[in-house]
Design a protein. Structure first.
Length: 254
């Protein structure tokens, strides 16, 4: 219940950007309530639910497949056994953000003869005034728009870097192809479909060829940094005490 409430609140926060600020306020309240409730369900004592086991007098048939063969043909796990450490997603996201920003600013200088053009267009995701600005206004420096663009770019870069932490180990054979080619193609298509709603000014002036190149630069730089870190084994299924490395004695926890 609480994870769904938190996810619903985060969705409303972003929906309020393109609708009304009141929607974002309601989303923030729901997200905080969901996160707090979720936290209280796992700390300081993890809540569990007892499931009754039905008694069956009929003996079960013996398995026809040996355990080793059954495991070999079992479906692939959705969550990998090992992932890169979370700090690698932070470093990779920042490195990818720098590479992406370089390509975007290069497009601004080469195509529009303005370093501030791509920065101001990105700020339109948070600043409605960008949509009504003229071309000359978009090509000059604006402190408010620059601050908004930097915040958006850092947040999105770190978020995608964290996604790379989990996604790349699921594609162990060609992680750089997945990070540098497949992922940019996917989110470029998603961005093309959503940009006219989220940022109309960006939709009017953006060059999706350059946009795709900037996404590929992000994927290659982020993937190169993340894959340099050794993987750590997940503790999925372990109790909270084991995940926190809490020592226990026969009389209880120390």
């Amino acid at each position: 219940m609480h994870p769904m409430l938190a996810a619903f609140g985060v969705t409303l926060i972003f929906a309020g950007i393109v609708t009304h600020p009141f929607v974002s306020v309601i989303g923030a309240i729901a997200a905080v309530a969901g996160v707090v409730g979720w936290f209280r369900e796992v700390f300081p004592h993890e809540k569990t639910e007892e499931i009754p086991v039905a008694q069956c007098d009929v003996p079960l048939p013996a398995p026809t497949i040996a355990p080793k063969i059954a495991r070999a043909h079992s479906p692939r796990r959705i969550v990998p056994h090992e992932i890169h450490p979370y700090r690698s997603g932070l470093y990779g996201g920042l490195a990818g953000g720098l590479a992406m920003a370089f390509v975007a600013c290069l497009w601004g200088v080469v195509a529009e003869h303005s370093l501030w053009m791509p920065i101001n267009l990105l700020a339109g995701m948070l600043m409605p005034s960008v949509s009504s600005a003229s071309l000359d206004e978009l090509k000059v420096f604006s402190l408010g728009w620059t601050v908004a663009a930097v915040c958006i770019h850092l947040a999105l870069s770190v978020m995608v870097g964290m996604i790379f932490v989990v996604a790349l180990p699921m594609m162990p054979r060609r992680p750089m192809i997945a990070g540098g080619i497949l992922a940019p193609l996917i989110w470029t298509g998603a961005g093309w479909a959503a940009v006219r709603v989220i940022d109309p000014a960006l939709d009017d002036y953006i060059s999706f060829g350059w946009f795709l190149v900037s996404q590929a630069a992000f994927g290659v730089a982020c993937g190169a940094v993340v894959t340099r870190f050794n993987r750590v084994r997940l503790q999925v299924g372990n109790s909270l005490a084991m995940r926190l490395d809490v020592e226990q004695s026969e009389g209880g926890s120390k």
